[in-house]
Design a protein around this ligand. Structure first.
Ligand SMILES: [Zn+2]
Length: 162
């Protein structure tokens, strides 16, 4: 069985769209490509309900969508028999992790993907981001051994949970 549980619901123009039509389009494309089941893992910082835990402009300016609408659309797709799972891509938020967990607890998630997009406010996967501060060509092993000890304990905990 082939599955892909890391997907973000977008329209053909790459805009965030949490609708049944969008789910149907993803399911059709997955089926055409031989994928048996897909899971949606929208970024947790896109949802207004989680606003209290975000501090970076990148997060707060995106924090405008309704979590219940996203959940309802995926649950409806499941109810209709589509091969989909309800997930969420959940950033590590250090001391606020308990608060975030409590916000997400009431929903019937099939799974949650843990992720680290920022360390000490610097983006891991954007430019210039964290890598502008790290030496060029640093290997992951070198990163853990030589660079991380200089970061805060919060960041070290992040790295350990990647
Ligand atoms: Zn993702």
């Amino acid at each position: 069985m082939i599955v892909d549980y890391h997907m973000h619901l977008r329209d053909p123009g790459e805009r965030v769209v949490h609708t049944l039509e969008a789910v149907e389009r993803f399911v059709e494309v997955a089926s055409a490509r031989g994928v048996d089941e897909i899971g949606f893992s929208e970024h947790v910082y896109y949802f207004r309900q989680t606003r209290s835990v975000w501090t970076l402009e990148y997060q707060t300016e995106r924090c405008v969508y309704e979590l219940d609408a996203y959940v309802d659309v995926v649950l409806e797709a499941k109810r209709q028999g589509m091969p989909v799972k309800l997930g969420l891509e959940v950033d590590y938020v250090g001391a606020r992790q308990g608060e975030l967990a409590a916000l997400l607890e009431p929903y019937p998630w099939d799974y949650l993907l843990g992720s680290v997009h920022w360390i000490d406010g610097l983006a891991v996967d954007q430019q210039p981001g964290l890598w502008a501060r790290a030496p060029v060509g640093m290997s992951p092993g070198c990163w853990r051994r030589d660079w991380m000890p200089t970061a805060s304990s919060r960041a070290r905990k992040c790295a350990g949970e990647r």
